[in-house]
Design a protein around this ligand. Structure first.
Ligand code: GLN
Length: 307
């Protein structure tokens, strides 16, 4: 792990002068006022050894990274039937795009764009209601984070709800095709709540370890999802985890990953480690600028690209 710590330290030092580059998400005040100069990296291997640098222990809004964890829960519950309600093709569109939904009759392209994540979240409300589903998501992430703090930021959740017109449109549109079953407001409430979860790079990397370990949380020694399910989540992260910049991320980094507009990215190095990076400045595609660069350097120096 010392080698890895050196690599992480080096990458942090090399990119530090560029802290503050990119554009911080400003659609809600709580995200807009985050200090743009923050930058953290955490790599946790399958034995639980952690290499961290910078602001790796500072909680941030995980936003769309939550979609990986809700997808896991939904696959555990619904199994392959989930794929009748959401596809697994990259969209080539921005995260909140509505354009494909009409032609594809309310079946979202994949679970990692907003439309697909809303369907995934809808399945979690079945038999559990909004409160039950929200509690399940938080509990699942807390368990996976192994004691690192994971909280829900009520202010972020409320602002998401107050400004979430596009998400409400997506949900209503999907519902019109019969592919959302629970009350729209409940589904949206749970979705906004999952986006508002706050966790650090260290917590996220720890939480993502089961994806690097064929579905078994290696530290809790507990199977989270079957091996095929974990592989499929990684496949969808690789092809769809960064919206219309997914191809570029695969090209540059070569690891399954999922970004969020809070500036975090969770990446998976199969059979080796989970990695989380965070820097709030976003590039053109709405994913962390420095985070992407850090992962590119990390993949190059460790040789962890899956290709
Ligand atoms: N809360 C944001 C939304 O749903 C999350 C988007 C993201 O991280 N890409 O619009």
């Amino acid at each position: 792990m010392t080698d890895l710590q050196n690599i992480v330290d080096e990458i942090h030092a090399e990119l530090s002068p560029r802290r503050g580059e990119g554009k911080v998400a400003d659609y809600i005040p709580a995200l807009a006022r985050v200090d743009a100069k923050q930058f953290g990296i955490a790599v946790v291997d399958l034995d639980g050894n952690a290499a961290i640098a910078g602001d790796a222990k500072t909680p941030f809004s995980i936003q769309s990274i939550s979609k990986v964890f809700t997808l896991t829960l939904a696959l555990c519950r619904s199994g392959a039937a989930l794929w009748t309600r959401v596809g697994r093709e990259p969209s080539g569109s921005p995260f909140n795009s509505i354009v494909q939904l009409e032609a594809e009759r309310g079946i979202p392209r994949n679970p990692l764009i907003n439309a697909g994540a809303l369907v995934v979240t809808d399945t979690l409300l079945d038999g559990r209601g909004a409160e039950g589903a929200a509690a399940d998501i938080l509990a699942f992430m807390r368990e996976r984070a192994g004691g690192e703090p994971v909280t829900r930021d009520a202010e972020v959740a409320a602002s998401e709800a107050a400004t979430g017109f596009r998400n409400a449109s997506l949900a209503n549109f999907i519902r019109a095709f019969g592919n959302i079953h629970n009350p729209i407001d409940d589904v949206l409430g749970v979705y906004f709540g999952q986006c508002a979860i706050a966790a650090s790079c260290l917590a996220l990397a720890r939480a993502g370890l089961y994806l690097a370990n064929e579905g078994v949380d290696p530290l809790a020694k507990r199977r989270v999802i079957d091996a095929a399910g974990a592989r499929r989540i990684c496949a969808v992260m690789m092809t769809c985890g960064h919206y219309d910049a997914s191809g570029d991320f695969a090209f540059r980094v070569g690891l399954p990953g999922k970004s969020g507009v809070g500036g975090g990215i969770l990446a998976v190095a199969p059979k080796r480690a989970a990695i989380a990076v965070w820097s709030p400045g976003l590039g053109a595609a709405g994913t962390s600028l420095l985070g992407g660069l850090a992962l590119e350097k990390l993949a190059a120096r460790t040789g962890w690209s899956v290709f």
